[in-house]
Design a protein around this ligand. Structure first.
Ligand code: NAD
Length: 504
């Protein structure tokens, strides 16, 4: 059991070393499983953030001029260090996020896909070349790193999201400043040690811990060239608008409200199993978690709800230290209270509570931040539980009469991160994938998260800006393309001036 004396005081990671915070302001890091405070995280001032950016900028030219193959070697060593230190990483991630060990392993594995792609940076940095585009002129385009780039990350994937935001940025030659989530900063600090051991030059990887002050300096500081943000929609919109105003390249991924459409011909046992994993895994704290199941037709809905009731009542909610736990607590007491209140309001607005996660003993008795699996039926557009992202295990059944109605409802929603359909009808699946206005689409796949070598991003309020997390688009986002026209003139070439616009 953690005692008050064991609360650690964390640091930043600047210029290749752990640096104490100077602001005198701290945030509390909790162990959500027990409800104890386990660490104090420094919240950086504007000056500390500026200093970190300046150190990153000073380190950048040498890293830019290091061959891309040598940079990729460092990333490869970093990858190996992650797998060699898996146990320690799992311990840190589970302690500060509350997720189960199996789930944390999955997160690390998916994060490594981004690192693997970054090891292939030499291939992704290749440009285009054309010979003889005009008199003795060759033309080529080449990708150059941007300089200092910033990543701002959410709490729910302490390692996967930062790896996806930063590995390629480093491999293509930038200096990265990460503003980790102040709720899970210990993973980012541990990752810093691994970059150092991998041989990354000091200043190329920085972790600045903090809140709005640090973020605003990253948005406004002219040295920072690009911002990769992942978090909730209101903050994503703010980051996009502010970063763009200050002339930066910005991709800001926001929240999700993801639907699983179930056609009459689907195997409902399979669907129910797929749904409960995708809906309740990680206590539903995933931007790609399924929030709403949308059965088509009354008979499909009635049969499905009956099967779900049985399966959900068997779910085990508990600490990650118990290997039987299907999922653990949510991130904070505030979050727990917000989810319980949203369930109350859903019920008051007319939803039927089929499974009531408010009533579990662990929810009422533990100091950990537990919420049990909850299923609300007869949820309708306009209700808060339908419209808002509820970042916890309260899930909806929305009954529809047709595929057309399902598509229209989903397309009308403000968010468009992920969606999936379960059917054996190829034509229905084709209509769905063609007409649906959502960034990541599944067919008979519970959570359609693309693998790390495909681009990842939603539409509408789930993404501001054009970039992606994961995938080859990262190499484009974190580089600028120069197009160079080159001629080497022989001594007898014409020296006459040409005043007409150059043409071939
Ligand atoms: P959050 O928006 O509260 O915080 C994200 C980051 O922004 C943190 O580093 C935080 O310190 C910073 N931040 C928060 N408020 C700020 C403000 N007012 N000004 C400047 N910076 C601010 O998100 P969270 O609660 O940490 O994470 C959960 C959210 O992230 C959910 O909405 C989830 O859907 C979303 N998410 C999206 C994706 C995706 O790929 N689309 C992936 C993971 C999480």
């Amino acid at each position: 059991m953690t005692t008050a004396q064991e609360v650690k005081t964390l640091t930043h990671f600047i210029g290749g070393k752990l640096v104490e915070g100077k602001s005198g302001r701290f945030g509390s890091v909790f162990n959500p499983t027990t409800g104890d405070v386990i660490a104090k995280v420094p919240l950086a001032t504007v000056e500390e953030t500026r200093d970190a950016i300046e150190q990153a900028q000073a380190a950048f030219p040498t890293w830019r001029d290091t061959s891309v193959a040598k940079r990729a070697e460092v990333v490869l060593r970093f990858r190996n260090l992650i797998t060699e230190n898996m146990e320690e990483l799992l311990h840190i991630i589970c302690t500060e996020s509350g997720k189960t060990i199996e789930d944390a392993k999955g997160e690390i594995t998916r994060g490594l896909e981004s690192v693997d792609l970054a090891i292939g940076a030499p291939h992704l940095m290749k440009g285009e070349y054309s010979v003889n585009v005009g008199g003795q002129i060759n033309a080529y385009s080449a990708k150059y790193p941007l300089g200092v780039v910033a990543a701002i990350s959410p709490f729910n994937f302490p390692i996967m999201v930062p790896l996806a935001q930063t590995s390629m940025a480093i491999a293509v030659g930038n200096a990265v400043v990460l503003k980790a989530s102040e709720r899970v900063p210990m993973t980012a600090l541990y990752v810093s040690e691994l970059w150092k051991k991998a041989g990354l030059p000091d200043g190329i990887w920085t972790v600045i811990n903090g809140d709005k002050d640090a973020v605003n300096e990253l948005l406004e500081n002219p040295t920072v060239q690009a911002i990769s943000f992942v978090g909730s929609t209101p903050v994503a919109k703010y980051i996009y608008e502010t970063g763009s105003k200050y002339g930066k390249r910005v991709t800001a991924l926001g929240g999700g409200k993801n639907n699983m459409v179930v056609m009459q011909d689907a195997d409902l046992e399979q669907v129910a199993s797929a749904f409960i994993g995708a809906a309740y895994g990680a206590a539903s704290q995933r931007c790609m978690a399924i929030s709403t199941i949308m059965p088509v037709g009354k008979d499909t809905a009635d049969r499905l709800v009956e099967i779900l009731k049985g399966k959900i009542s068997n779910l085990k909610v508990g600490p990650y230290t118990n290997p039987d736990s299907d999922f653990g607590p949510v991130i904070s007491q505030q979050s727990k209270e917000a989810i319980l209140a949203a369930i109350d309001r859903g019920e008051a607005e007319g939803a039927s509570v089929i499974c009531d996660g408010r009533e579990l003993d662990i929810v009422k008795e533990s100091k950990g931040f537990y919420v049990g699996p909850t299923l609300l039926d007869h949820v309708k557009p306009g209700m808060e539980v339908y419209e808002q992202e509820i970042f916890g295990p309260a899930r909806n059944v929305v009954r529809v009469d047709s595929l057309e109605e399902a598509i229209a409802l989903i397309n009308k929603h403000e968010l468009g991160n992920g969606v999936t359909i379960f059917t054996n009808d190829g034509l229905a699946a084709r209509k769905f994938t063609t007409e649906i206005d959502v960034g990541m689409v599944g067919v008979n796949v519970p959570i359609p998260i693309p693998v790390g070598y495909h681009n990842f991003a939603g539409f509408k309020g789930s993404r501001f800006g054009e970039g992606h997390m994961f995938g080859p688009d990262q190499a484009r986002f974190f580089t600028k393309t120069k197009t160079i026209s080159e001629r080497w003139m022989a001594g007898n070439a014409s020296t006459a001036s040409t005043f007409a616009f150059p043409s071939n």
